[in-house]
Design a binder for this molecule. Structure first.
Ligand code: AMP
Length: 110
């Protein structure tokens, strides 16, 4: 699914792209601002990440923060989520970082 977005076969509202990752708006937003950051290299779940992925995972988080700044939603806070596995609600098995902002976000999450 996300591989098809990376290949340009499915349209997406792209917010940021670089050599290692792509950030785009979530098609079913759960907050006024909801975007995803995905690695270009496919890793199915966070549990599949290896020590070689440490730099890439850090890059995804820094990109998430930078895109939130670019959108002007960083000052009021944002929720960064990785659903890791079906039991945690993961439905697309290409690792992705959710960034949600623009509303009050309850804790604990549902
Ligand atoms: P998760 O449940 O953590 O696997 O999250 C998958 C996310 O991908 C959901 O929030 C979906 O709304 C989002 N999604 C699925 N297909 C697309 C798409 N074509 N473009 C943008 N977001 C998508």
């Amino acid at each position: 699914m996300f591989a098809r977005i990376l290949r340009g076969e499915i349209p997406a509202e792209v917010l940021h792209e670089d050599e290692h990752c792509l950030a785009f708006l979530d098609v079913t937003p759960q907050a006024p601002t909801h975007f995803l950051v995905i690695p270009k290299r496919e890793i199915a779940t966070l549990s599949d990440a290896t020590p070689q992925d440490e730099g890439l995972l850090g890059h995804l988080l820094v990109t998430a923060a930078n895109v939130a700044k670019q959108l002007g939603v960083d000052e009021d806070g944002s929720r960064i989520v990785i659903n890791n596995g079906a039991g945690a609600g993961q439905t697309v098995f290409h690792l992705h970082v959710h960034v949600l902002a623009g509303r009050t976000l309850a804790w604990p999450p549902g």
